[in-house]
Design a protein around this ligand. Structure first.
Ligand code: PMP
Ligand code: GLU
Length: 396
């Protein structure tokens, strides 16, 4: 705590995913052979057809400020994508392009929340949700789930969490970290609860939409007519197109929210990078089938890591239906001591794996559920096999 700094920043927890990745990088630099399964980042290269669009944009002389909320042609591409993939009809004033989906989420929190407004976060939730809410003076309200409901919130739990101060519900589907997907029927059941509480705005984070292993079809909350006017659909290109560093995310939203995000962004970033925006036009206009090869590869790795982890006594895994994480329940290890290290919680466990197995994972505490750790399988098959073998050896 530094008293020269604001209470706001002092109250924020550093991103556990980015912090673990930094720690792994540091240990690697000091000569340790660390396998990094902590960061949610595809290990593929951005596809050539997208890179070529960026090169073309540079050669055509794109270098100026863009419209704050994104190029018109990019908004056209986003509108096409929402219609094609989600059955959602948006118009230009409802779209805002930002510097990553993370900024999209940050914008929405800043423009919707007042001090003390409550935001319901089904746990486990993506690591940054609670701090983004706190940065907007909102209050995260965690709703616990467990592996028994595939880490999904039930309508009864939602109803019980709502108070007169509830302003928003945030969730990701496919979920980072659990890989769970809410079916259309499950979303409808949550929407039925929300019907009784018209003040609540929903943030539906669909950034893993295309990384779906074919069990439960992707569904969007905004596709329900009665939810359209109160749902912000968040998406981005980082995951499905292997474009994490390009930093482009976007929303489709009620126009008043989009206008407010545009105003905020005009004072904060002036809009997202021009070359990245031009490349994303191509990424979104082209068929998602062109990046299916990455999903097929993730599916194979998922099968391998589940088989390997389930063979270790004490790991209990749900079968993730999307994204590229496993989120095993590891409570069976609590209270046990390995090589002098006692495991009292998920953070101890993740730290022990880093030190004893040289494998970086993320503690479930970062996602509001301390019974698990998150393991990313966006890594090569060889790395996955070696990592799990080391984990197993460390837990002998
Ligand atoms: N939402 C979820 C669920 C994520 O996992 C991530 C990870 N990066 C983001 C949003 C942010 O995406 P971006 O890299 O586009 O900011
Ligand atoms: N979303 C990724 C993850 O969960 C990237 C890290 C981050 O943005 O925090 O690992």
């Amino acid at each position: 705590m530094n008293h020269q700094l604001s209470e706001r920043i002092n109250s924020v927890t550093p991103s556990a995913t980015l912090e673990m990745a930094a720690k792994a990088r540091e240990l690697r630099a000091s000569g340790k052979d660390i396998i990094g399964l902590s960061l949610g980042e595809p290990d593929f290269k951005t596809p050539d057809y997208i890179k070529e669009a960026a090169v073309q944009a540079i050669n055509e002389g794109y270098n100026s400020y863009t419209p704050v909320d994104g190029y018109v042609e990019l908004k056209d591409a986003i509108i096409t994508k929402f219609q094609r993939d989600n059955g959602l009809d948006y118009e230009h004033p409802q779209i805002v392009v930002s510097t990553g989906a993370k900024q999209s989420l940050y914008n929405v929190a800043q423009v919707v929340l007042d001090k003390g407004d409550e935001v319901i976060l089904p746990c486990p939730y993506w690591v940054s949700y609670s701090d983004i809410v706190k940065l907007a003076d909102g209050v995260p309200v965690e709703v616990g789930t467990s592996i028994d409901t595939d880490f999904k919130m039930t309508p009864e739990q939602l109803e019980a969490a709502i108070t007169p101060k509830t302003k928003m519900l945030w969730y990701s589907s496919p979920c980072n970290p659990s890989g769970s997907i809410y079916s259309k029927q499950e979303l409808r059941a949550l929407a039925d609860v929300l019907q009784k509480h018209p003040q609540i705005i929903v943030v539906s984070d669909e950034i893993y939409e295309h990384i779906n292993y074919g069990v439960t079809a992707h569904a969007s909350m905004a596709a329900f007519e009665d939810m359209y006017d109160r749902t912000v659909t968040v998406n981005g290109v980082a995951k499905a197109f292997a474009m994490t560093g390009w930093r482009i995310g976007y929303i489709g939203a009620p126009a008043y929210i989009a206008r407010a995000c545009n105003k905020l962004q005009g004072q904060v970033t002036s809009g997202a990078n021009c070359i990245a925006q031009r490349a994303v036009i191509t990424a979104l206009v082209e068929s998602p089938d062109r990046v299916q090869y990455m999903v097929d590869e993730f599916k194979e790795r998922r099968k391998i890591i589940l088989e390997l982890l389930n063979a270790i006594d004490g790991f209990e895994c749900n079968e993730p239906e999307g994204a590229f994480y496993v989120y095993p329940d590891i409570t069976a290890f609590f209270g046990r001591t390995f090589n002098g290290s006692t495991i009292n919680n998920a953070s101890d466990f993740a730290m022990y794996l880093l030190e004893a197995a040289n494998v970086a994972t993320v503690t479930g505490d970062a996602f509001g559920n301390g019974n698990s750790i998150r393991i990313s399988y966006a890594a090569s098959e060889a790395e996955i096999r070696e990592a799990v073998a080391r984990i197993e050896a460390a837990l002998q």
